[in-house]
Design a protein around this ligand. Structure first.
Ligand SMILES: Nc1ncnc2c1ncn2[C@@H]1O[C@H](COP(=O)(O)OP(=O)(O)OP(=O)(O)O)[C@@H](O)[C@H]1O
Length: 488
């Protein structure tokens, strides 16, 4: 089975749908590049055609492309070498063809260059952008996560979410090319379910089309989604019984993250599949792994969806037939240190936050990771570590800070002190009067009771009066914190 998002990737800019203005701006940027020599940053949500547009642009202009992906080690050194190579390649290509050929440099996840890599990476990219002899397209989800220096050095083009109205014609074209009959309502439905994200709409279409000659609206409607499914039922669904689409829906109903599901499938697939099926299934599992890697690097949990598409729909579509009977799946797959750390983190969140394990794993952890990404804001990270009793490995894990760093060490130390203070104050019956923990760096010294009471005490009812009073005294800080209050 070929992945339709690859098979139908736009090969020219005119095939990039739903972002006409951005598309025209990109074409204009390329045509006038010799005059301005500026890099461009294309930014917007996942799955809306940013990377495709960059490649399509190169094809339209007759330019070659070189890519530096997030999975490459993006240290200062690597980027300098890469820049040198890009310039040289272009010269060679140009001289052998007797013309001057351009090489379009495409650098994805430009909002996450420092990710797990060294600090030199970000400034090397800024230098590259400023001095490059070749056109550069940076791709980012969040423009404002890029450093100011980098933002200022680039022209900016925003890609908007692709509306359901623009998604439908793409799906219709694919159906026609695949010789697949369809009810218009079915395509409308897929487009609405995936409004904004064209990649996941195409993935859904493919999952639903698997094994069918015609798709109806009824095929698309998900049915009863309000159930929870055990791991063995899930494995049977994917490896033996269900269509790609049903396997995908079953995967949504398991209380495990795509990381765990991928491991389970990887571990058990060979008990069921024949060699041919297995080879195909491993390709999908490798894709799932790639998406999980991107989640780890960027903390962008919307990529989880694509991992699930691959590990469930992809693996189910890799088999030639369904199977019955009972399979001895055996125990849990091998668990790495990282997995064990995650389990401890989830347990601590569940215990200290009063969540179920499933909610802690699937909702609280991603949320905490997002709001404390790379330990910023620091005060919030300290409060989190104090509240959930995290040690250094836990804080590194949650914040995506890679190896334990001095920064993490000092956060855990401060969290220890904060806990001690709280315990003392609690013992003295002065819980409501605790020192504020501020989101705003500059306001760190402020003594605003900024909602931290709620962070650290779910039953803060008795403190309501005091909280209300101090809330007034520091409304700005409270705004920053209010998401956290709601959450806890
Ligand atoms: N605007 C679009 N027009 C046509 N096809 C699209 C469009 N957006 C997405 N697709 C389909 O989705 C796939 C993924 O798109 P692409 O990788 O370009 O998205 P992206 O915005 O770069 O996402 P990410 O930020 O996750 O890399 C494409 O191969 C194509 O099949």
């Amino acid at each position: 089975m070929v992945d339709w998002t690859e098979k139908y990737r736009p090969s020219t800019l005119s095939e990039v749908r739903g972002n006409n203005k951005a598309r025209d701006a990109l074409a204009e940027w390329a045509k006038t590049w010799d005059d301005h020599r500026e890099a461009v940053v294309v930014h917007g949500s996942p799955g809306i055609g940013k990377t495709s547009a960059a490649h399509a642009l190169a094809a339209d202009m007759g330019w070659e492309t070189v890519e530096l992906n997030a999975s490459d080690q993006r240290t200062g050194d690597v980027i300098e070498r890469f820049a040198g190579r890009a310039a040289k390649n272009a010269t060679l290509a140009g001289s052998s063809a007797g013309t001057s050929t351009r090489q379009l440099v495409i650098l994805d996840e430009a909002d996450n260059i420092h990710g797990n890599y060294d600090r030199g990476g970000a400034s090397a990219v800024t230098r590259l952008v400023k001095s490059s002899s070749q056109p550069i397209v940076l791709i980012a989800n969040e423009f404002y996560d890029m450093s100011r220096g980098l933002r200022n050095a680039c022209q900016e083009i925003e890609f908007r979410d692709v509306s359901a109205r623009s998604i439908v014609p793409v799906l219709r074209d694919i159906c026609r090319k695949e010789g697949l009959e369809f009810e218009s309502d079915a395509l409308d439905r897929i487009a609405e379910m995936n409004s904004g994200d064209l990649r996941s709409a195409v993935n859904d279409l493919q999952a639903i089309a698997e094994g069918r000659e015609k798709i109806t609206e009824e095929d698309v409607v998900m049915g009863d989604r309000d159930r929870s499914v055990g791991l063995f039922e899930f494995l049977d669904a994917v490896l033996k019984e269900e269509s790609a689409q049903d396997a995908l829906y079953t995967a949504y109903d398991v209380d495990e993250t795509p990381d765990d599901l991928t491991k389970w499938v990887e571990d058990k697939v060979s008990l069921v599949y024949e060699p041919d099926e297995l080879a195909r299934a491993y390709d999908f599992l490798a894709n799932a792994d790639r998406w999980l890697g991107r989640v780890r690097a960027t903390q962008n949990y919307s990529y989880w969806r694509y991992a699930t598409d691959n590990l469930a729909a992809g693996v189910a579509a890799s088999r030639d037939r369904t199977r019955g009977g009972w399979t001895r799946y055996g125990g849990a797959p091998y668990r790495s240190t990282r997995d064990k750390t995650r389990d401890t983190v989830v347990r601590k969140i569940a215990q200290n936050g009063g969540f179920s394990m499933a909610t802690a794993r699937r909702e609280a952890l991603p949320y905490l990771s997002a709001i404390t990404h790379h330990c910023k804001p620091r005060e919030l990270t300290v409060a989190m570590a104090a509240y959930y009793e995290f040690d250094e490995s836990h804080v590194s894990f949650v914040t995506g800070s890679g190896e334990t760093t001095n920064k993490v060490q000092s956060i855990v130390e401060d969290a220890g002190e904060l806990r001690e203070e709280l315990v003392e104050e609690h013992a003295a019956g002065a819980f409501a009067g605790m020192e504020g923990v501020s989101v705003d760096d500059d306001a760190a010294a402020d003594d605003g009771g900024d909602g931290t009471d709620d962070v650290l005490d779910r039953d803060a009812d008795t403190d309501a009066d005091e909280s209300a009073e101090s809330d007034d005294s520091d409304a700005a800080t409270d705004d920053g914190q209010s998401g956290l209050d709601d959450f806890f």
